[in-house]
Design a protein around this ligand. Structure first.
Ligand code: FAD
Length: 433
């Protein structure tokens, strides 16, 4: 058996585990067997696991470095729109494992009067559960299964409790807190809003300024619900409760995990944006006080929230000059963290991972990586930047509020995109001789 083939079958070679990229590894493989790339992914959130899956399936050797000791997601809901599910299905996702609730549209309610209006998605192919409302941990667990479980390629190595503190994007090195430096052919910075990799790629420190908005987040046990017709009547999907008077307030409510929980995101104007603790805890009493003038039927739901309630500042990155440098790329919130108005942050991370998978098949040589990453940027950046800017605009510009629910153009652009098809076509056009 040739060198390259053996490595795919048995996992990382000792040389590569030790972080040594020798000249022989950079030389063309002997025989027909292509060599896998050695890949370092920083962050094991939805974005990091997604790119790990895409590249592992191609036969590359992927290590994921995660600062947290446990690989999990925050206890909250997430809308998985059809454009993201399309990519996950391409990777062999088992839909049932997401335990999703059908997401056929949004019921919008006037916070004061309680009057509601059903808004189905306005583009075709979006009914009968094409999109799902999920618990983040169920999505994360399914991604973990696809990354480290059995399947095509070598299972991903997940290194928990390994915080990356430095990166040399041109050389493809990342350095851990304890000083260990790992060499790779490709580095992907999927390390979220407060990315360390971002400053090395952009060449300057770029932080996400406060928007003046924060949100309370809670998962309410559905068994505690009494009669709440506004939650069950009408279409299967989310409920959006909008305060039309006074300061900006919006409550987004939906069931997840087969209806076992009700996810609540309550967005409000928060004067305490200097607080360095962006992710903190609040109380049910603070939540009720902030929304005290809304219709009693909605307050009855908020009163069921358990203490403590999560409290997040909603921060938005400016559009970055670049997502790539040398053999390093940014992906997900590290590249375009934004408001949750369009519910597309994680979806973009998944699409971006899908695109990288198409642009970096087995056989990609170390010296090809920079041009493939330039292609990734050409293919993906305008879409990520659109979601970043449009989410902010639809959150803060009064004339654009709720446009997402009303605009077939916005929905078509978001939902009907096929990231895999698009990236495959690009790859074939530009890289297949
Ligand atoms: C209220 C709210 C609702 C949302 N709803 C939706 C929705 O319905 N649909 C949707 O698609 N998106 C939604 N989003 C957006 C979505 O949550 C994010 O875009 C997505 O989770 C980002 O994933 P990520 O992997 O890029 O980053 P993260 O989830 O932030 O993951 C980054 C990971 O990197 C790790 N890390 C950080 N620094 C380091 C380091 N130096 N070394 C090693 N590891 C590191 C972190 O511990 C973390 O595990 C919502 C966001 C919010 C705030």
């Amino acid at each position: 058996m040739s060198r390259g083939r053996k490595r795919i079958g048995t996992g990382f070679s000792k040389k590569r585990q030790a972080g040594v990229v020798s000249m022989s590894l950079m030389s063309p493989p002997q025989g027909n067997a292509p060599l896998p790339l050695k890949v370092s992914v920083v962050g094991a959130g939805i974005g990091g696991l997604s790119v790990a899956i895409a590249l592992r399936r191609n036969g590359h050797l992927v290590e994921v470095f995660e600062a947290a000791e446990i690989a999990t997601e925050v206890g909250a809901g997430i809308g998985m729109q059809v454009n993201a599910l399309r990519v996950l299905e391409h990777w062999g996702m088992r839909r049932g494992n997401l335990k999703g609730v059908q997401y056929d549209g949004i019921m919008t309610f006037d916070a004061r009067t309680g009057e509601g209006l059903a808004r189905r998605w306005l583009v075709s192919g979006m009914d009968q559960g094409q999109s799902l409302l999920c618990h983040r941990r169920d999505v994360h667990d399914e991604l973990l299964r696809l990354a480290v479980g059995e399947g095509d390629g070598v299972p991903v190595k997940l290194r928990l409790g390994n915080k990356i503190v430095e990166c040399d994007p041109e050389r493809g090195t990342v350095t851990l807190k304890d000083g260990e430096t790992i060499h790779a052919d490709l580095v992907v910075g999927a390390d979220g809003l407060r990315s360390v990799i971002r400053s090395h790629v952009v060449g300057a420190t770029v932080t996400a300024p406060a928007t003046g908005l924060s949100c309370f987040r809670s998962l309410i046990d559905a068994s505690k619900l009494g009669e709440m017709e506004w939650l069950t009547e009408g279409l299967s999907g989310a409920r959006s409760i909008i305060a039309k008077e006074g300061e900006y307030r919006l409550i987004f409510v939906y069931p997840c995990r087969n209806g076992q929980f009700i996810n609540v995101v309550a967005i409000y104007k928060d004067p305490h944006q200097d607080d360095p603790d962006w992710l903190a805890t609040g109380t049910r009493e603070e939540l009720l006080e902030t929304f005290n003038d809304i219709h009693p039927k909605f307050l009855a739901l908020l009163a069921l929230a358990d203490n403590p309630v999560l409290r997040w500042q909603l921060r938005v990155l400016p559009v970055l000059d670049t997502w790539v440098r040398g053999r390093t790329a940014l992906l997900g919130d590290a590249a375009h963290a934004t408001l949750p108005t369009l519910g597309q942050g994680a979806a973009m991370a998944i699409e971006e991972a899908g695109a990288l998978g198409c642009l970096l098949p087995l056989g990609t040589r170390r010296e090809d990586v920079p041009s493939r990453l330039e292609a990734y940027q050409t293919l993906r950046k305008s879409r990520g930047d659109y979601v970043n800017r449009e989410s902010l605009a639809q959150g803060i510009e009064p004339s654009k509020r709720g446009l997402y629910f009303r605009s077939p153009e916005v929905q078509s652009y978001l939902f009907q995109h096929d990231a895999i098809k698009d990236a495959k076509a690009y790859y074939e056009k530009h890289f297949v001789l």
